[in-house]
Design a protein around this ligand. Structure first.
Ligand code: 0GY
Length: 295
C-alpha cells in the first residue's frame, strides 16, 4: 500500500505488453521513459499536478528486455519535481545501461550537479506544459543553463505546438543541444505541410542544435491503436529530414493518458513505419542516442 493514492482517473501502464514484431537493432535505446516512486521510498513532490501509479526501475528494466532494447534514458517527470532521488537510484541500479535527464532548480549546488553527473545524468528538462508546471521567467532557465552547459549537458524541452511561436526566441537562443519532446506535440489533424508543423520543421532546419524525440503516437493520435497511423507521417518526415537528430522512446509508464493505455509492443511496431530502412532505424535507435548520452 503506497502512502500516495494515485489520481482517481489514472490509467495504469499495460501489465502484459505484447512482444513486438519489429526487432530493434542491437544496442537500441529507449530514450524517453520514466520511473515513478515507489512513493513510499521516493515521495512525490508537494508541488506536483498529478499523482501517478508507482512505476519502478525493476519494471522499467523488465520492459526494456521484453521489448528487445538494451538501454534507457530516464527522464525526470514533474510528479517528482526537482527531487531526482528516484531517477538517481534507477541509474545506479542500471549497470551503466541507463542515462538520465534531471530537473534542477536555479539554486542547485555544484556538488549536486557533480553527483547527478556521476550517476549518469546528461541533461536537464524544462517543462512548459501549463497543465504540468507553473511557468517561470526565462531568466530562471538561463541561470540553470549557465550551470549545466560547462558539464556538456543538453536541455530537453516539452511544450505544446501552439506555444512554439511565443517561445521561439528563447529556444533559438539556447547555446546547448536542445531536444524537443514528442515532436513539439503537433495537432495531427492538421497537414504535415501545414503552417503549424512546418514551423517546427523550420526550427529544426534553421537550428542544427535542435533534436527531437519522434515519440508518443499514443498521446498525439486521434485514430489510436494499433497503428497510430495519423501520427506516422509527422514522425517519418522528421526521421527522413533530420536522421542524425532524432530519438525514440516509449514514454513508459505513459503519464496522464485519459483515453487509452498503449500496449508498448504495439508502440515498438510503429518504428519501422517512421524509420523505413535499417540504416534509419540504426541511427534513430542506436547511433543518435549513443552519441548524445554515452559519448
Ligand atoms: C511525458 C508526458 C507528460 C508528462 C510529463 O513530466 C511530466 O509529468 O512529461 C504529459 O503529461 O504529457 O513525456 O511523460
Amino acid at each position: 500500500m503506497t502512502k500516495f493514492q494515485k489520481d482517481a482517473d489514472w490509467l495504469d501502464f499495460c501489465a502484459h505488453p505484447s512482444r513486438p514484431r519489429f526487432v530493434p537493432p542491437p544496442g537500441a535505446v529507449d530514450a524517453h521513459c520514466h520511473v515513478f516512486g515507489p512513493g513510499e521510498v521516493f515521495p512525490y513532490a508537494p508541488e506536483r499536478k498529478y499523482t501517478p501509479c508507482d512505476a519502478s526501475k525493476a519494471q522499467l528494466f523488465a520492459l526494456r528486455d521484453h521489448l528487445g532494447f538494451s538501454r534507457n534514458v530516464i527522464v525526470q517527470a514533474t510528479c517528482h519535481g526537482a527531487d531526482n532521488r528516484a531517477l538517481v537510484d534507477a541509474l545506479h541500479s542500471a549497470d551503466g545501461l541507463a542515462r538520465g535527464v534531471a530537473t534542477v532548480r536555479d539554486t542547485v549546488s555544484d556538488a549536486e550537479l557533480a553527483e547527478l553527473h556521476a550517476a549518469g545524468v546528461r541533461g536537464v528538462r524544462f517543462n512548459f506544459v501549463r497543465r504540468l508546471v507553473d511557468p517561470k521567467p526565462d531568466a530562471y532557465y538561463r541561470a540553470i543553463i549557465d550551470r549545466i552547459a560547462p558539464l556538456g549537458w543538453h536541455v530537453v524541452v516539452y511544450f505544446e505546438a501552439a506555444d512554439l511561436a511565443e517561445r521561439w526566441d528563447f529556444f533559438t537562443s539556447l547555446p546547448t543541444t536542445v531536444v524537443v519532446d514528442h515532436m513539439g506535440r503537433p495537432d495531427v489533424s492538421q497537414p504535415v505541410d501545414g503552417p503549424e508543423f512546418q514551423r517546427f520543421v523550420r526550427l529544426m532546419r534553421e537550428h542544427g542544435n535542435v533534436w527531437t524525440k519522434v515519440s508518443c503516437p499514443e498521446r498525439l493520435s486521434q485514430e489510436g491503436p494499433p497503428g497510430y497511423d495519423d501520427v506516422v507521417p509527422f514522425a517519418r518526415h522528421l526521421v527522413e529530414q533530420f536522421p542524425d537528430r532524432v530519438l525514440w522512446g516509449t514514454d513508459w509508464p505513459h503519464p496522464n493518458l485519459k483515453s487509452h493505455m498503449p500496449d508498448d509492443g504495439q508502440l515498438v511496431d510503429v518504428i519501422p513505419k517512421i524509420a523505413v530502412t535499417a540504416e534509419l532505424q540504426r541511427r534513430l535507435l542506436v547511433d543518435n542516442p549513443m552519441r548524445l548520452y554515452w559519448a
